[in-house]
Design a protein around this ligand. Sequence first.
Ligand code: AHG
Ligand code: MN
Ligand code: MN
Length: 281
Amino acid sequence: MNELDGVVQTVQNTAHYVNTHLADHAGSGPGTNPSGEDQIKADIWADHLFFDKLSALECVGAYASEEREDVVDCGDGYSIAIDPLDGSSNLASNNSVGTIVGVYDAELPASGRELVASLMVLYGPYTTMAVAREDREVVQEFLLRDGFSEQWGTFTIPDEPTVIGLAGKTSERTDTFNALARELEHDLKLRYGGATVADLAQVLEYGGLFGYPATTSNPEGKLRVHFESAPLAYLIEAGGGGSTDGQQSLLDVDPDGLHARTPTFLGNEELVERVESALSE
Ligand code: AHG
Ligand code: MN
Ligand code: MN
């Protein structure tokens, strides 16, 4: 087992535990996270679980989480950047949530070019985990079950895009962006559920585009570079798709702080290029 196998195994086991015990931690709790958003008990619970297991690994030197202000030093090794529960506001309506884990071979802040692996867990009717690693040619997908997991398949984004999910109220987006959204939504089926992981899973399966643009309430977009945008860009680019902040690959975004945000678009190359050309006008 190499070091990345150890990280994958640990995320897999912890995610299975999260999946089976999530209901015990339902209900809202006090507080806000470092991005100023409401935290619920499950966010904090999941963060502690992943921290305990990942920080104990010999190969992990730092742990950073959407739920913590600062990086926690754990020795020498990879820096983990994690969104322990992505889309946690979906829990109130019992819809899908996920976990995103970026493994950086650098101190944070760092750009996505320093990623050596990215993992995305989706807690849906089944719990699945997609994994992209520098030492693998393919994006693997695992089905997590009690006590073991099995490889379910590999992800390659389909050539023909089918679905689209764009965040933000039209009243809070630019006219240019709304014009592009109208064009794209004319030909693609709407799929927006409010958890990036779940929405991206549809794009990976059916082809299409997921986007969280700049809005008046979130001028830099809502998604965070280290914890969401860059790891998911690493994953989709490894699966044959593309990513952009409107101008460049999300892997090239240079975050100016641990909780920096960026407009985020992930999907088929041709759609990513349409976003870039529309937003450059
Ligand atoms: P988190 O729960 O980790 O803070 O992430 C929330 C993010 C993301 O996953 C989702 O795509 C987006 O917020 C939903 O935002 P809206 O409620 O604005 O649609
Ligand atoms: Mn999130
Ligand atoms: Mn979260």
